[in-house]
Structures are given as structure tokens and as C-alpha cells.
Write a new protein. Structure first.
Length: 169
């Protein structure tokens, strides 16, 4: 048993060490369901103010998630008080209901673009930033949003450095 655990730990460390673009990566666990008034908050420090980055929202969902898409409200607060608010929509399942993402059939993980997809993201200021995420889900034809969203088990935020060097060509 100890050999098996050691082998799994070794594989995990190898995979993590190969992830050279990783700057920030953390997850928050969602207990039972995600309340519409519960913001998931990530605090982080800008790595620098000159390099290009990609920002991702990572989600893990299980079979209790009953929707084909996901709507989120993202609020990014800068050190000087400036705030950017975005409404985001992500496809979570194929038209036949099969979940997108990687992982086992009961648990899927999705790496969703937040910033840096069309144009690299540059942190304009040095200092501490904050990202707050809330779900904005509602049933079709209903004005009132869902009070509780079931099936989301973990929410993460990841910053990756983009290659910005010139290869000399």
C-alpha cells in the first residue's frame, strides 16, 4: 500500500513540475450547493505589470448539475479600486446531455477562459487583486434566479504566463 501511495505522489509531483506556465492556482470547495448570494472569492498579488497572462476559471461538477450551460458574474477588483464586472456564459454539456470536460463520468473538470483568450491580459497595476464569482443561473422562462445551484463541487482560479519571448526568427 505504501508503494502505491508513493508512486501516486511521485506522478503528481512530476505532472505539477511540468506545468511551467502556472503562476497562481487555487480551488474553493462548494458544500452541497452554491447559493446565489454566496460569492467565491480569490485574493492574489499581480505577478508583474509587463508580461502577458491568461486567466482561467476552473470548475468541477458532478452528475447533480442539471444544465447545459453556466452563467457567472465575475468581479475583478484592482489595487486602486477599479472594478471590472463581466457576465460569463460557458457550455457545460453537449446537446445530448453528456458533460464536457475531463475526468471520470461522475466528476468532470473544466478549464474555462476568463481573460486573455482574444488578447493577452496584462495586470495594469502592481499589488493585490480580488476576483469574486457568483452564479447567475435561472430556469428557462423564469425571471427569478436559482437560489441554490447543485452539482458544482469546486471552483478554482488559475493564472498562466503566456510565452512572450521572441524566438529570434
Amino acid at each position: 500500500m505504501l508503494k502505491k501511495v508513493s508512486f501516486i505522489l511521485l506522478i503528481y509531483l512530476f505532472v505539477q513540475s511540468c506545468d511551467t506556465n502556472y503562476v497562481f492556482d487555487t480551488y474553493e470547495t462548494v458544500e452541497k450547493s452554491w447559493g446565489h448570494d454566496k460569492a467565491i472569492q480569490f485574493n492574489f498579488t499581480a505577478p508583474d505589470s509587463i508580461n502577458n497572462y491568461a486567466l482561467f476559471i476552473n470548475l468541477r461538477n458532478n452528475k447533480d448539475y442539471r444544465y447545459n450551460n453556466l452563467f457567472l458574474i465575475a468581479e475583478l477588483s484592482y489595487p486602486n479600486g477599479k472594478t471590472l464586472i463581466d457576465t460569463l456564459e460557458y457550455q457545460m454539456a453537449k446537446p445530448n446531455g453528456e458533460f464536457l470536460g475531463t475526468g471520470f463520468s461522475d466528476l468532470k473538470e473544466n478549464k474555462l477562459w476568463y481573460k486573455g483568450f482574444n488578447e493577452p491580459f496584462v495586470f495594469e497595476e502592481l499589488g493585490d487583486y480580488q476576483l469574486k464569482l457568483k452564479h447567475a443561473m435561472r430556469k428557462n422562462g423564469e425571471v427569478e434566479g436559482l437560489k441554490q445551484l447543485e452539482g458544482i463541487t469546486d471552483i478554482g482560479f488559475r493564472i498562466e504566463a503566456l510565452n512572450t519571448y521572441n524566438n529570434g526568427n
